[in-house]
Design a protein around this ligand. Sequence first.
Ligand code: SF4
Length: 474
Amino acid sequence: MSNYHNNEFLGFGTCAPSNFIPDWFYSFLFFPPIKSDKGMPTAAPYGLRKIEAQLLKEDFNVVTVNPDKLGEFSSKARIIGVYTMDPFGIGPASSTLAAILKKEPFLAQHFRGLLNSSAMQKAKANGAKIVVGGPGAWQFRYRPNFAKRHGIDCVVEGEGETIIGNLFRAILNDERVPTHVEVNLGDAPVLSEIPDIVNPSINGLVEIGRGCCRGCEFCNVTLRPLRWHPYEKVIREMDVNVAGGIRGCCLHAEDVMLYGSKNTLPEGAKLIKLHELIMKKTQSISWSHCSLAAVASNPKLLAEISEIIRSHQRWWGAEVGIETGSPEIAGKIMPAKAHPFKAEEWPEVVRSGMGLMHDNMLIPACTLIVGLPQEHEEDVIKTMDLVDDLKGCRSLIVPLFFVPLGRLKDEDWFKRAEMTKLHKQLLFQCAEHDFYWLDSLIDLAFMGKWYVRFLKEFYKVFAGVAKRKTRQME
Ligand code: SF4
């Protein structure tokens, strides 16, 4: 549980395994433990805050605690809920790094460390039940014996608001509960069933909507219904964060550009109003995700939003999916990703969207998927050509091994052994792109923050060593 020095991008550091710098120093650089007050974290992951809010609404006696301080609370706990993003380090980013460096990612080490901690063991001995949820709960399907071996009583997969109260009541009444609960689509909460958070979220993250209408085959999110929160709710949650001393705000949706839209065309007036309201309350803003197609479909709107945001700050960031440079692959597995453009126009949509982001100081952390089903050599070459065309765009491009999710969940995992010479070239090409931009991105990310002026130099040294090592490998 960390706020990654107030910088979401640094959170990706948790996906790496132990490396050439000592673990303690690496964790200090990328995921220092969150501060706590009387054992309670000053901020917690947004999803955990939602579950906390839902349980409070249903009159449970619930407290969110810092994992390091669990021992101060666990003797009284009857249920310990654990939120996890990537419990076994097999999410796309961590499995790629683990395959390349051949070691277990920090995320997985810390998850197991928490379960094996003396505080958790004592709580179990006292009869407490352990329930695990969060966006990484799907991974338990690939580790069928882990939950039993580590004393986990129930894993909850999916949006939990409508089921968590009944589940916890059943556990408290000593009823038998399933070991794995999957919240089906019919149980996904409607807007009025989603409570406001009542305590601050990490880095001021606030959800503006859930679900996505683009239907990419490799994605879990697309199976969920699309819902947008009204302005008032977003602002109420921001107020909770501001009252808790969080000065920044990260807007979360699968595509922030489409706020309030029922299709793939941005609703300009709604997006502008949202940003005008937010900028009155926050010192800085970032977006969790946005799509290149929505940006490319309305360049004027991006320029207007950029003007609003840049009246307060020089740049902002978002995670962006490129996935492939092959129009054929785009047509097969993500036919609506380019919408309102055609799937065969995908590479052009990417070039146009990335150029617009560069001009408007929106800095994307982009993902590519390596080893997609049905991918041929010529598809990888097209992706390499596209990455080449993006050289001049201020960005990070991160290649990720294919992980079977969404409608492709029955496909095989892509493994290091299946990497062709071209795949390796693509990986090095992305690393070179990132190293080219990294120094200036570090300068921008830590601009004006006196306390990280010295820390910044460590990141640069780390990037320099990583660059040398990557070139040696190459
Ligand atoms: S656009 Fe993104 S969130 Fe939407 S379905 Fe595709 S990968 Fe998933």
